[in-house]
Design a protein around this ligand. Sequence first.
Ligand code: 13P
Length: 254
Amino acid sequence: MRVPLIAGNWKMNTTVNEATGLVRAMRDELDKITDVERVICPPFVSLAPVKELLKDSTLKLGAQNLYFAEKGAYTGEISPLMVADLCEFVIIGHSERRHYFNETGEIVNKKVIAALKVGLKPILCIGERLDENEAGKTEDVLTGQLTSSLNGIDNLDGLVIAYEPVWAIGTGKAATGEWANKTIAFIRQHIAQLYDEKVAQEMRVLYGGSVTAANAAEFMQQPEIDGALVGGASLKATEFLSIVTQTSVFSTRK
Ligand code: 13P
């Protein structure tokens, strides 16, 4: 049985004050839902104050990125050790980083290796663009991203995959549950090829892209979908709580 996971990617939103306010608004209710792993990923500057607020909570913390070097002269970067000091999870290879910050498969691979080395659980994001989707290249894109991101990694130790089709991110045009389920089944099949069936069956694969309280049920009832990486809707306490609650309901039915 794979434990469902809902992660909130706050992206570049919230000041420290706003972040701690948002955590206060949802922490206690989220703590009641124990059969879903709940992770929030605020901006770097809020990680320490939010961690303080989560001292007695089962809510987990993730970072949105890291640099692969351990320390040194890399002005403005945050190392895996710094992230591991505060967080259990780290988002790696988000499409916004691939597209706006030119992160290549090779860079994503170095980041995944660096994260695993310090015991962080990477949430590795993969997904095709609209033009790739329309050209029928989704499977090729996903296998390419998986192969390059996981190059040379024998032990995936807690790594989570997030399938986030670029065309569904922040657009309000979510994939259908059926499409996401079918594509995630394909991802799992490719993991079985790269590793083995056991690794594939234990691997949690999330869907991300315009998930809201209104459409969460469509995704969470799918057998292949183990949770969601939520952007915009994770910035609203009631929306995020509703997504987690619905995930809990469906997890008991799967
Ligand atoms: P939205 O939920 O805002 O579409 O963002 C999805 C995402 O990119 C999560 O990482």
